[in-house]
Design a protein around this ligand. Structure first.
Ligand code: CTP
Length: 320
């Protein structure tokens, strides 16, 4: 007659600006520390005050965090540093057992440690930060790509530049945009892909939906289209186009994120069951048979050239 144990609830906070697979990997590890993961998404004002204005606003950052399959609950407008008052709230209202952060030092502009109080209370745990990716690095790659294409300064180029020079994670600036961070520092391992994968394969009679695309710089429009696609069946298989295919269709400057990076971002999404890492441009009869695909859908994601996302979340079923 064992008493049912209360689930261990863990809290992780962050800005989650321009969400990438490093953030997803942090959330995955945090979830592994307990049974339920509650994520605090820092307010726009707090980010602006501590490290310069975010690229993506709170509602979009909330949406991206909520779409990650290891996240159970999301708290909006979290403070940048854990204050005494907020820590009480976490313990008393949200029943949080542990507060978690990556192993990079998190120092406030005034020199204090953002997690000092949680550490003192003995409720702090650490996870390993993911090497080779950061918002700073991604902005660097985007700037380089804009520079490759144009000499005249476009407005969004200027806003990216501003974002980049606003002190955003300077500590992880490994070479900076001047040296050209087009080359990814990410080394894909089979273990990482397994960690991000779902264990369950499709049931013999399930309705398998297939959608393909570049899924470069994974954003809210992608999440929405995947949610809609998943709703049309019981299993969502996502084909991620190779870097060569993306370049051939979108220009030599794309993709910004390489095939493996794009695959991890898609795999972390709760609506996705499986991915094909390097899908062909054409969906062949062979593929439909091999993967037992019931429905091929196509999302109309219109992105303009300057990374401003303007997406129509329409779902069409092309006769391919
Ligand atoms: N994180 C991580 N690996 C990365 C980037 C972030 O493990 N490559 C973790 C951070 O340690 C933190 C959480 O993700 O626990 C949220 O990060 P965020 O507040 O967005 O901070 P940054 O460290 O500034 O991430 P980035 O530089 O990529 O913006």
């Amino acid at each position: 007659n064992r008493k049912k144990k209360r689930p261990v609830r863990v809290y992780m906070d962050g800005c989650f600006d321009m969400m990438h697979y490093g953030h997803c990997n942090a959330l995955r590890q945090a979830r592994g520390v307990g049974d339920q993961l509650i994520v605090g998404v820092v307010s726009d004002a707090e980010i602006t005050a501590n490290k310069g204005p975010p690229v993506t606003p709170l509602h979009e950052r909330m949406l991206m965090v909520s779409a990650v399959k290891w996240v159970d609950e999301v708290i909006p407008d979290a403070p940048y540093a854990i204050t005494e008052e907020f820590m009480r709230k976490l313990f008393d209202e949200y029943n949080i057992d542990y507060i978690i952060h990556g192993d990079d030092p998190c120092i406030m502009p005034d020199g204090t440690d953002a997690y000092a109080l949680a550490k003192k209370a003995g409720r702090y745990k650490q996870i390993k930060r993911t090497e080779g990716v950061s918002s700073t690095d991604i902005v660097g790659r985007m700037l380089l790509c804009v520079r490759e294409r144009t000499t005249s300064e476009s407005p969004s180029h200027a806003s990216l530049q501003r974002q980049f020079s606003s002190g955003h994670s300077k500590k992880y600036d490994d070479g900076g945009p001047r040296s050209g961070t087009r080359v990814s520092h990410f080394l894909p391992t089979s273990r990482r892909i397994v960690q991000f994968s779902n264990e369950k394969a499709a049931e013999p009679n399930s309705r398998i939906v297939y959608i393909d695309g570049a899924f470069d710089l994974f954003h809210a429009g992608h999440v929405e289209i995947l949610r809609l696609a998943r709703g049309l069946g019981d299993f969502l298989l996502v084909g991620i186009h190779t870097d060569q295919t993306v370049s051939a269709n979108r220009g030599a400057h794309r993709p910004i994120m390489n095939l493996h990076e794009r695959s991890l971002s898609v795999l972390a999404c709760r609506y996705v069951d499986e991915v094909i890492i390097g899908a062909p441009w054409e969906v062949s009869k062979d593929m439909i048979t091999t993967f037992n695909i019931s429905l091929v859908v196509h999302g109309t994601v219109a992105e303009d050239d300057d990374f401003e996302k303007d997406y129509k979340n329409e779902l069409t079923t092309p006769a391919r």
